[in-house]
Design a protein around this ligand. Structure first.
Ligand SMILES: C=C(O[C@@H]1C=C(C(=O)O)C=C[C@H]1O)C(=O)O
Length: 471
């Protein structure tokens, strides 16, 4: 990838930008080729969620990612290059697509700022192939957005990616960019308050409480028979609202209610969205430093500080929860070692969320430049935090017990840049939204010592927290 020098003043930029684009076009003419130009400009602070809500169209794919605690938010809107695939080699095909696309991208502008330059947004489904024929997302989607608006530490970067060839009108292209900046700048930074949606809604169950509890009991028999050591079973809640779900309000509610979680949303460009608030990072890589989370083992938050501390204490000291947790650590360290990394297990801690708390062990490693982030994602997914152990046996059991398609639930979603930086999370505590209908997903890890009633209560706790933000 070629990088042109950075200029600071927007007016100087306009002239420099014209010359840059002319140079690229000349190159296209000479080589009879096309290129993608990636233009990054610092703009006044805006709220990427407000921008997503205002400029995205139903027929365009998009992606939203926010971590309020880290002061980061990104909206990726519409696509200039995308890949939609299924099958077991989806991670390597996605890696190839990104590497190949990058060869043909030339960058201009503020390239040293966080989130400047081309970023590829990716979302995968839990299984290599979705069984439900009409499930609305492929098992892998990767796209380079036309527009990317991101905020990091109160600084805002706009990236426009655009195709350049011999016939592109450069003045028009620049005009499009500056018109967009004008529209974006006119949208004041605002964070609306949480709404109590007055709309009515009905809950309909796909599974019922007995089905879930019976599955847990049956899985426990298989665990005792040593067929497997852990399986994560999920449940879904179907909701029909009297109004269409309002994505913007739901996401805004989610970020207010769960400031320590990753808030995410993806759209397939056909009217369906997958959204949620996940506490679980699969991997983040910044300057070759990888961090991944082993997150498993749960207890509710207490209603009083004393009750909360007691719950935390019994979580930390529970042999059953520690066993459930250590399966995830063992798997992650083995899988990272398998691809030549040297994982370092950091001290364990508690991840305390609004409604629930988890055992949490971060694991770090240095990533050599020749190991692509998607190789690591493909290596790790699905961890025992969302599948079980042994992994393949657990996945087969999940298919047997769950009578719904997991789709994007509990699967990796995130972004990769051109330097090997990335952030991928696990799409748990999520919902598929389709007009006035929503399907909510949450699960719990089953190990020896699990109690069907308690596991059912844990899943309901997670589902209710999500429901509260959506309706
Ligand atoms: C599978 C989910 O969560 C996972 C299961 C947990 C558990 O059972 O203790 C904890 C965190 C996650 O790894 C979910 O929320 O859907």
């Amino acid at each position: 990838m070629t990088v042109s020098p950075c200029r600071h003043n927007l007016f100087v930029d306009r002239k420099g930008l014209y010359q840059f684009l002319e140079g690229v076009q000349q190159n296209c003419l000479t080589n009879n080729s096309r290129q993608i130009v990636s233009i990054s400009l610092e703009i006044d602070l805006v709220d990427p969620l407000v921008i997503l809500d205002t400029i995205s169209q139903v027929n365009e794919i998009n992606f939203y990612f926010e971590n309020k605690g880290k002061g980061e938010a990104i909206a990726a809107i519409d696509s200039v290059a995308d890949l939609h695939i299924d099958g077991s080699d989806r991670f390597s095909k996605a890696e190839y697509f990104i590497k190949n696309s990058l060869k043909n991208i030339i960058s201009f502008g503020n390239n040293n700022k966080p989130f400047s330059g081309p970023h590829f947004f990716c979302y995968f489904s839990f299984f290599n192939q979705n069984f439900q024929a009409d499930y609305p997302f492929s098992s892998a989607t990767i796209f380079l957005p036309r527009w990317q608006i991101s905020v990091k530490n109160q600084s805002c970067i706009l990236v426009m990616n655009s195709v350049m060839n011999a016939s592109v009108n450069i003045s028009k292209l620049i005009q499009t960019l500056f018109n967009k900046i004008e529209i974006i700048s006119s949208l004041k930074y605002h964070s609306p308050k949480i709404d109590n949606f007055p709309g009515n809604y009905q809950k309909t169950s796909v599974t019922n409480a007995d089905h879930f509890k019976n599955s847990v009991s049956s899985a426990l028999n298989k665990i005792h028979a040593k067929h497997l050591t852990k399986v994560v079973l999920a449940d879904v809640l179907d909701v029909k609202s009297s109004n269409h779900f309002n994505l913007f309000k739901s996401l805004n509610n989610l970020r207010e209610i769960h400031p320590n979680c990753y808030i995410f949303s993806t759209s397939n460009g056909k009217g369906q969205n997958f959204i949620g608030a996940s506490p679980e990072r699969l991997i983040s890589i910044r300057q070759q430093q990888l961090i991944t989370d082993a997150l498993a083992g749960s207890a509710p938050r207490g209603k009083t500080p004393a009750e909360d501390a007691a719950n935390a204490n019994s979580l930390i000291n529970s042999e059953k929860e520690k066993h459930e947790h250590s399966l995830v650590i063992d798997y992650i360290t083995q899988r990272l070692s398998h691809i030549g990394l040297l994982p370092q297990v950091l001290p364990p801690r508690l991840r305390q969320l609004t409604n629930i708390q988890h055992l949490w062990t971060p694991i770090s490693a240095i990533v050599p430049p020749n190991v692509h982030p998607l190789k690591i994602v493909g290596q790790l997914h699905p961890t025992p935090a969302v599948a079980g152990a042994a992994r393949d046996i657990a996945c087969a059991e999940i298919r047997r017990y769950e009578n719904f398609e997991r789709g994007l639930y509990a699967a990796p979603l995130g972004w990769v840049d051109s330097h090997g930086n990335c952030e991928f999370i696990v799409g748990i505590r999520s919902a598929l939204i389709d007009g006035d209908r929503a399907r909510l997903y949450a699960g719990a890890g089953i190990v020896a010592g699990s109690d069907p009633e308690k596991e059912f209560a844990e899943v309901q706790l997670k589902l209710q927290a999500l429901l509260k933000a959506l309706v």
